[in-house]
Write a protein of this length. Structure first.
Length: 205
């Protein structure tokens, strides 16, 4: 069985929820393509990865973080591909389930707001065992942290200790953030060891 295959049989309630999401067409008029919602998980998941939205490669494969950003995120977490895609243990629920298209500069557009407004509370309620949420990027941090978020992504990530043990804010692992990573060496020195220790503890529970 490949890492992309399903691990374990989902509950009927979870299966109905994910079937409803797969059939969602709320954003269809605003998308440049047919919707293809992408998310993974099971109600038993202990760790939640809250990302931004699928990119074009993930839109084509249907597998979240199936790109260089995913490779970097797995390296940050110190997990292999099989564990990363073990839906019984790790849920991947982006702020927008569908690829939002690209702007005139070729950059991915922000996740559609309708998606989180309609689905997010329902999905999170169906994941009762989550002990740690990785907040990947500013959109996830804004939704999950609310007023506790700092004025910028850098300040929010620098204040990572304030959000443990339940959440840990991260920059997006995209190559577009290479310059940010070089300007902020404290992230690799301070945040990554804590991230890896917390991920290991949660997944071992």
């Amino acid at each position: 069985m490949t890492p992309e295959a399903a691990w374990g049989r989902p509950s009927d309630e979870w299966a109905r929820l994910t079937d409803d999401i797969a059939a969602c067409r709320i954003c269809a008029p605003a998308l440049p393509h047919e919707p293809r919602p992408v998310l993974r998980g099971r109600p038993t998941a202990r760790l939640l990865i809250a990302g931004q939205a699928p990119g074009v490669r993930v839109h084509e494969s249907g597998v979240p973080f199936d790109d260089p950003s995913g490779e970097r995120l797995r390296a940050w977490m110190a997990v292999d591909r099989a564990l990363f895609y073990d839906q019984r243990r790790i849920a991947i629920v982006p702020m927008g389930f569908c690829f939002p298209g690209q702007d005139a500069r070729g950059a991915d557009r922000p996740p559609r707001r309708e998606c989180a407004q309609h689905w997010r509370a329902r999905v999170l309620a169906a994941l009762p065992d989550v002990e740690l949420t990785l907040l990947v990027g500013g959109y996830a941090q804004a939704w999950h942290l609310g007023a506790a978020r700092k004025a910028s992504l850098s300040e929010t990530v620098r204040a990572w200790r304030d959000y443990l043990p339940g959440a840990l804010p991260l920059p997006h692992p995209s190559w577009r953030n290479n310059a940010w990573l070089k300007r902020n060496p404290w992230f690799e020195a301070e945040v990554l060891p804590a991230l890896r220790a917390r991920v290991a503890a949660v997944l071992a529970s």
